[in-house]
Design a protein around this ligand. Structure first.
Ligand code: HEM
Length: 529
C-alpha cells in the first residue's frame, strides 16, 4: 500500500536524520552562554545614564547622546537617579511606549531585543516595566514570581471587565481554589469529553468551506471565519449549545472592551454592557438546566463540573459566579484558539512540505482504502498526530499571539543584577527566547520538526519550560493551551484533507494587534486546484 511505503520511507529518512544529529547538550551550552553574554552586554549599557531608545517607525536606534527630556523627567519623578536599571526607555508617563506597543507588539519587543539584549526597561499600558526572556532571568524570576501580584499590572479597562471572578486578578488561596476547577474543565478528561464534538463540528466547518469553494469562489477568510467557528464551538462545549447571534456579537464587543484605551472609550462601555447581557443569559440558561435535572447530560459536562466547584472557604460557587466564569472561559478560549488556527493555516499555506506531512499523518491515523477517512473523534487520535501537534507549537513560536503575564514588583529588589524599583511591572516575554537563535537556530524559519521528539531538528533546538512558554509561566500559567492545540490540530488535518493541493494568501497577511495578535478579518486565502 502507498501508505505503508510512505511510512517506511519516512522511517528511513528519520533514521538518517538521527544518525546525522549533533549533540543537543552542545546546543544547550551555546544557549546558556549566549543568554548570559547578552545580559552582561545589557548591563554595560544599563541606565540611569542611558537615554537612547528605538524609533518605532523606522526601527532605527535613536542617538545615545540625544537628550531625552521625557526620560529625564520620568527618572527624577520615579526617584531612579543613581539606580542601575536595565537599558531602555520608560519616558515620563510611558505614553510613547504604550502606543507603539499597541500598534505592533511583536515588532516592539523584537526591536528592543536587537538594541538592548534580552532584558530591557520600557512602559506597558502606561506602567513602567522590565521585560526579559533569557533562561537565567526566567530561572531567577520563577523563584519569587509566586509572591507577585498580577492584578495591579493589568490595564484598568481589563481589570474591571475581567470581574472579581477572573483568575488573572487573583492571588493566594482564592486563586488556588479557582485554578483547581480549571483542571476539571480543561484537563485530560475534559478534552476526552470534548473531542467528538470538536471532530464533528470541524468536519462540518471545513466541508462547508469546500462546498462553497466548489461552486462560486475559492476564497477563505481565516481571520473572520476561524473566529466565528471557534466562538460557536466553544459556546457549544461550555454551555451545551450555541446561543443566538446577538450573544455572539456581545462576546466580540466584550473582547473589544478589554483592552480599550480608557473607561471613557465607547469600546469599554459597549464591552461592559455586553458582559452584563452575556452573564444574565448564561445564568438563566444554567439555572434552567439545573432545574430540569439535566446536568448529567454529556453536553453539560462543563456546567456539571462547575455545579460542584467550591471556593477557598469550601462554599459552592454561586450561580452568578458560575455564569461569569463560563463567559470568561468562552472569551479566554475562542479568540486564542481562533488566532492559532488562523496563523497555522497561513503557515501551512506557505510551506508545502509541512502541509503534505500533516496530510500523511491524517491518512495514517484516520483513513483506510475501504472506508475512506473517518473523523478525528478521540483524544487518542489527536495524541497520535505528533507532527500536526508540532505544527501548532511551531506556529505559536514563529507567530506569537500573546505576551507573557504581567506581575507587579511590590518592593525594590535586585533582579538579573539590575535594580528594580517598587511598582515596576515584571514580565517574562515568550517572544524573547522564541527568537533567540541559541534556543531555536534559524529562528525566523518555520520548522515543525523542532517539536517532533527524536528528529535531527529537535536535537538542534532547546525546547524547555525556560525557552518555550507560549502560555506564560508561574501562578497564572495558561490552563487552556492544550484545548487550543487540539482544536487547531483537528482543523489543520481536515483542511489539508479537503484541499490537498494547498492554498496561498491573496495578499500578504495582515494582523490585528490587540488584545492578541490575530489575522485581520478581511485577509483572504485562495485554494489551489
Ligand atoms: C494558543 C492559545 C492560548 C494562548 C497563547 C494563551 C496564553 C495565555 C497566557 C500567556 C496566559 C498567562 C497570563 C499570565 O501569566 O498572567 C494565559 C492564562 C489563561 N488562559 Fe490562556 N492561552 C491560550 C488558550 C487558552 C484557552 C483555549 C483557554 C480556555 C479557556 C485559556 C484560558 C486561560 C485562563 C483561564 C488563564 C488564566 C489563568 C490564571 O490566571 O490562573 N487559554 N493564557
Amino acid at each position: 500500500m502507498d501508505d505503508i511505503r510512505r511510512r517506511r520511507a519516512m522511517a528511513s529518512r528519520a533514521t538518517a536524520r538521527a544518525a546525522a544529529s549533533h549533540d543537543a547538550r552542545a546546543a544547550t551550552r551555546r544557549a546558556r552562554v549566549g543568554g548570559a553574554a547578552r545580559e552582561s552586554a545589557a548591563r554595560r549599557r544599563a541606565s540611569g545614564r542611558a537615554t537612547s531608545d528605538v524609533d518605532g517607525a523606522s526601527g532605527r536606534a535613536t542617538s545615545a547622546d540625544a537628550f531625552d527630556l521625557g526620560q529625564a523627567i520620568g527618572t527624577l519623578a520615579r526617584g531612579e537617579r543613581g539606580a542601575t536599571l536595565p537599558p531602555g526607555r520608560v519616558g515620563a508617563l510611558g505614553v510613547r511606549e504604550t502606543l507603539e506597543y499597541l500598534a505592533d507588539s511583536n515588532g516592539f519587543v523584537r526591536r528592543r531585543v536587537e538594541r538592548y539584549g534580552p532584558i530591557f526597561k520600557t512602559a506597558l499600558f502606561f506602567k513602567p516595566a522590565i521585560v526579559f526572556g533569557s533562561r537565567e532571568a526566567v530561572r531567577e524570576f520563577l523563584k519569587f514570581e509566586g509572591e507577585l501580584p498580577a492584578d495591579e499590572a493589568l490595564p484598568e479597562t481589563f481589570r474591571e471587565l475581567h470581574t472579581e471572578y477572573g483568575a488573572l486578578r487573583m492571588t493566594g488561596s482564592r486563586h488556588a481554589a479557582t485554578r483547581a476547577n480549571f483542571g476539571k474543565v480543561l484537563g485530560r478528561a475534559a478534552l476526552e469529553s470534548y473531542a467528538p464534538a470538536i471532530g464533528e463540528r470541524t468536519r462540518e466547518f471545513v466541508e462547508d468551506v469546500a462546498r462553497r469553494c466548489g461552486k462560486e469562489t475559492s476564497s477563505f477568510r481565516p481571520g473572520a471565519e476561524c473566529v466565528d467557528f471557534a466562538l460557536d464551538l466553544l459556546f457549544e462545549l461550555f454551555l451545551g449549545h450555541v446561543p443566538e447571534a446577538k450573544y455572539k456579537e456581545a462576546m466580540k464587543a466584550y473582547n473589544g472592551g478589554l483592552l480599550s484605551l480608557g473607561k471613557w472609550s465607547s469600546e469599554f462601555k459597549a464591552g461592559k454592557l455586553a458582559l452584563e447581557d452575556l452573564t444574565s443569559y448564561v445564568e438563566a440558561h444554567y439555572r434552567g438546566v439545573k432545574a430540569r435535572g439535566e446536568l448529567d447530560r454529556p453536553e453539560y459536562f462543563f456546567y456539571k463540573q462547575y455545579s460542584q466547584a467550591v471556593d477557598e472557604f469550601d462554599e459552592v460557587f454561586s450561580d452568578d459566579r458560575i455564569a461569569t466564569t463560563c463567559v470568561l472561559m468562552v472569551w479566554g478560549s475562542y479568540i486564542e484558539a481562533a488566532a492559532l488556527m488562523g496563523h497555522a493555516c497561513v503557515l501551512l499555506g506557505e510551506h508545502d512540505d509541512a502541509r503534505r506531512a500533516v496530510l500523511r499523518e491524517f491518512e495514517r491515523v484516520c483513513c483506510d482504502d475501504e472506508n475512506g477517512c473517518r473523523r478525528i473523534g478521540t483524544l487518542a487520535d489527536i495524541m497520535s498526530m505528533q507532527y500536526t501537534s508540532a505544527v501548532a507549537k511551531e506556529s505559536l513560536r514563529v507567530m506569537p499571539q500573546t505576551a507573557g503575564g504581567l506581575r507587579v514588583n511590590p518592593s525594590p529588589r535586585k533582579f538579573a543584577s539590575f535594580d528594580v524599583p517598587a511598582g515596576y511591572v515584571l514580565t517574562a516575554d515568550p517572544r524573547i527566547p522564541f527568537r533567540d537563535e541559541a534556543n531555536f537556530p534559524d529562528p525566523d524559519a518555520f520548522k515543525p520538526e523542532r517539536f517532533v521528539p527524536g528528529t535531527h531538528e529537535a536535537k538542534q533546538n532547546d525546547v524547555s519550560s525556560e525557552t518555550y512558554y507560549p502560555g506564560g509561566m508561574g501562578q497564572h500559567q495558561c490552563p487552556g493551551i492544550s484545548l487550543a492545540t487540539v482544536m487547531t490540530q483537528i482543523f489543520l488535518a481536515e483542511l489539508v484533507s479537503a484541499f490537498p493541493n494547498g492554498w496561498r494568501g491573496k495578499t500578504a497577511p495582515k494582523y490585528v494587534q490587540v488584545p492578541i495578535v490575530i489575522l485581520d478579518r478581511e485577509y483572504e486565502i485562495e485554494f489551489l486546484r
